[in-house]
Design a protein around this ligand. Structure first.
Ligand code: IMP
Ligand code: MG
Length: 201
């Protein structure tokens, strides 16, 4: 039978999956994320005490955030997912947004909370909000775990923000670099060794 280990920053567990030339530094611990989620859930419920909340997660970065937030929100909650691609492989936004998976059910007349992992240039969110507004929800709100405010290009903002972070590339708690590191429990800054072949342009 396995013995549960207490996970600490910089432990072998957090380094697991690191490729040579890449390193991570914890920016926001899993515990801080969980603490903040409780507050966000309270804020959202305070604004919509009686509504059935329909969460729309933007895949794939939202998965842990949406799952944990949904469990903190009391009352009636349902969810659906969208998939868009805005990044491709590297760490720089192309500015293009392509719809990969549409919603399964109508959002007309519903109280919608869009759940995004990170607000960077804002181009993805701008595109999604335009799309959702046309479908006539009763309320349309946005919750983001992270806001990289310095990078904003599009004129959008989130209604509920977990953490404002500096302009650094982050991974973990759902966020990826080239589909890797989503499974880190903490939100971490990803660093590239200057000799690393994987270093993005
Ligand atoms: P935006 O359209 O530039 O706001 O980018 C939104 C999407 O880009 C997010 O949903 C993420 O998938 C991705 N992204 C932006 N910044 C980061 C980052 O620091 N790490 C990982 N993914 C990021
Ligand atoms: Mg991504």
């Amino acid at each position: 039978m396995g013995v549960a280990k207490k996970r600490k920053s910089g432990s072998p567990i957090i380094r697991a999956g690191l490729r040579s030339g890449e390193s991570v530094r914890v920016l926001i611990s899993h515990a801080r994320v969980q603490q903040r989620l409780k507050q966000l859930a309270r804020e959202i419920r305070r604004d919509f005490p009686k509504d059935s909340l329909h969460l729309i997660g933007v895949l794939k970065g939202c998965v842990f955030f949406l799952a944990d937030l949904a469990r903190e929100l009391g009352g009636e909650v349902s969810f659906d997912f969208m998939a868009v691609s805005s990044y491709g492989k590297g760490t720089n936004s192309t500015g293009e947004v392509k719809l990969i998976k549409d919603l399964d059910v109508s959002i007309e007349g519903k109280t919608i909370i869009v759940v995004e992992d990170i607000l960077d240039t804002g181009l993805t969110l701008k595109y999604l909000l335009r799309l959702f507004e046309e479908k006539r929800p009763k309320h349309l709100r946005v919750v983001v775990l992270l806001d990289k405010i310095e990078r904003r290009i599009a004129d959008v903002r989130a209604d509920y923000i977990g953490f404002t972070i500096p302009n650094e590339f982050v991974v973990g708690y759902g966020l990826d670099y080239d589909e890797r590191y989503r499974n880190l429990g903490d939100v971490c800054v990803l660093h590239f060794d200057s000799r690393s072949k994987g270093k993005p342009e």
